[in-house]
Design a protein around this ligand. Structure first.
Ligand code: NAD
Ligand code: UDX
Length: 464
């Protein structure tokens, strides 16, 4: 089966970059990305490609090349579904904030809406692909909804979870460790659908890196991969606290441990805590699924990864207060960074939000500088926590466009995102401009300690 028309529902951090790369690598396939969010689609269509809604290194160049040729962004969801042979569902699946499973289970209402809309609109057979991260066995529910119209349209459901990380999305999509495709391997039609998707990816991904499995394995592998990755971060963060008590250095420990080829060196960077839209949500979802099968020990085991992460964020902020003579009330604290990691404008679950909230509860005055995050986003993140009124957040938090201004006359600086540019700042000048003693807290092990201490900073780094 040759695919000519692809539709992707959801023009977010996954749908946008993934479809841009597919469009670039498969110029003969028309790719339409649709979303109900009109503002987002307008931004994707902005004549100035630097204004597309997602910042990812290399993305604007691809959009520039493919947009209007075989890559389109639209709010006309029905039309795109109708025309497509293959439909990716790449909508948000956040943690539920209400009802049964509140705070744990994935909220599948957007997924279900997509399935109902596909069922209602489709007049020809479709391959429907789960690109969103979903609880294992969601495909069964999708199939029931799609088949419920009885209009004779046939659907094949594939699971094709996305493993890209933000900040490196384009590189990850161009050169993935693996592409995972789960489908109905026991039927002829199922295998044909799998092949159709394999052929899309094979335009640029070596065949041996395209893995095909049954649907349930594919769905569960995605949750498992994120749980394993997050577990490594929580593991090294747990050790970072022990390092601080014993004189060991977490970077040295991570290097020594990671050189064991069975363990490997990646994802062992101690930090102020992992953030991002995926790790916490997906582990909570895994824990919820385990509990729903009454697997208490399995659930408790994975839940600990989240508890450790919460502890790490809180511990970082509490340590700041303790070192500053147990009071930060009325003190100016500069937060360098707000995004959950460098090279993205995404702030979902960013540790910075929780550090700021803790310090605000202690009545600190916060000044934030992040090279890619807007003022509007920062206030919205704080307002969402509901710890205090919007006015109170705007009174206590200032957002500036210049790191030097953020640090001007500050009592303390906390590096919470590892933006490269923070390494190159004129730290002597910053020190001279701060109140003394000048505290510098490195939540990312980004800065070289010796030179900072030599300048005169009261310097603290995670795990040192
Ligand atoms: P996102 O919130 O950035 O984008 C989702 C988009 O879907 C939104 O723009 C929303 O308006 C749109 N949408 C929701 N319902 C719709 C509907 N019925 N019709 C049309 N559009 C609709 O989310 P994201 O970060 O792109 O994540 C999408 C999925 O991919 C999630 O399941 C997530 O877990 C998974 N995932 C995310 C990442 C990541 O790094 N962000 C990585 C791998 C997997
Ligand atoms: C993650 C997965 O890596 C990706 O495969 C999946 O598709 C989506 O979820 P993402 O959340 O975009 O990607 O970024 P990632 O690089 O995994 O970082 C997540 C968080 O962990 C960030 O806050 C990062 O700063 C932190 N982290 C990561 C550490 O603190 N230490 C590390 O060693 C690695």
């Amino acid at each position: 089966m040759r695919i000519k028309n692809i539709c992707c529902i959801g023009a977010g951090y996954v749908g946008g970059p993934t479809m841009a790369v597919i469009a670039q690598k498969c110029p003969g396939v028309k790719v339409t990305v649709v979303d109900i969010n009109e503002k987002r689609i307008k931004q994707w269509n902005d004549p100035d490609v630097e204004k597309i809604p997602i910042y990812e290194p290399g993305l604007s160049e691809i959009v520039k090349e493919a947009r209007g040729r075989n890559l389109f962004f639209s709010t006309d969801v029905d039309k795109a579904i109708d025309e497509a042979d293959m439909i990716f569902i790449s909508v948000n699946t956040p943690t539920k904030t209400y009802g049964v499973g509140k705070g744990m289970a994935a909220d599948l209402k957007w997924i279900e809406l997509c399935a109902r809309q596909i069922a209602e609109v489709s007049k020809s057979d479709k391959i429907v692909i789960e690109k969103s991260t979903l609880p294992v066995r969601t495909a069964a529910a999708l199939k029931e909804i799609l088949d419920s119209t009885g209009n004779g349209v046939k659907y094949q459901i594939l699971s094709n979870p996305e493993f890209l990380a933000e900040g490196t999305a384009v590189e990850d999509l161009r050169n993935p460790d693996r592409v995972l495709i789960g489908g109905d391997i026991d039927s002829e039609e199922g295998r044909e659908a799998i092949d159709a998707l394999v052929n899309i990816y094979a335009s640029w991904v070596p065949r041996e890196r395209i893995l095909t499995t049954n649907v349930w394995s594919s769905e569960l592998s995605k949750l498992t991969a994120n749980a394993f990755l997050a577990q490594r971060v929580s593991s090294i963060n747990a050790i970072s606290e022990l390092c601080e008590q014993t004189g060991a250095d977490v970077n040295e420990v991570a290097k020594a441990v990671g050189m064991d080829s069975r363990i490997g060196p990646k994802f062992l960077k101690a930090s102020v805590g992992f953030g991002g839209s995926c790790f916490q949500k997906d582990i909570l979802n895994l824990v919820y699924i385990a509990r729903s099968f009454n697997l208490q020990e399995v659930a408790d085991y994975w839940e600990q990864v989240i508890l450790m992460n919460d502890h790490q964020k809180k511990r970082f902020a509490a340590n700041m207060v303790r070192r500053m003579y147990n009071t930060v009330a009325g003190k100016k604290i500069a937060l360098l960074g707000w995004a959950f990691k460098k090279d993205t404008n995404d702030t979902r679950e960013s540790a910075a939000i929780h550090v700021a909230d803790y310090l605000l509860n202690e009545q600190a005055e916060i000044v934030v500088y992040d090279p890619k995050v807007t003022e509007e986003q920062i206030y919205s993140d704080l307002d969402y926590l509901g710890s205090r009124s919007g006015d109170a957040n705007r009174q206590a938090v200032t957002v500036v466009n210049d790191p030097m201004e953020a640090c001007h006359k500050a009592h303390a600086i906390a590096v919470v995102t590892e933006w490269d540019e923070f390494k190159e700042l004129d730290w002597q000048k910053i020190y001279d401009d701060m109140l003394k003693p000048a505290f510098l807290f490195d939540g990312r092990r980004l800065l070289e300690p010796k030179t900072k201490k030599k300048i005169g900073f009261d310097f603290y780094a995670i795990g040192n």
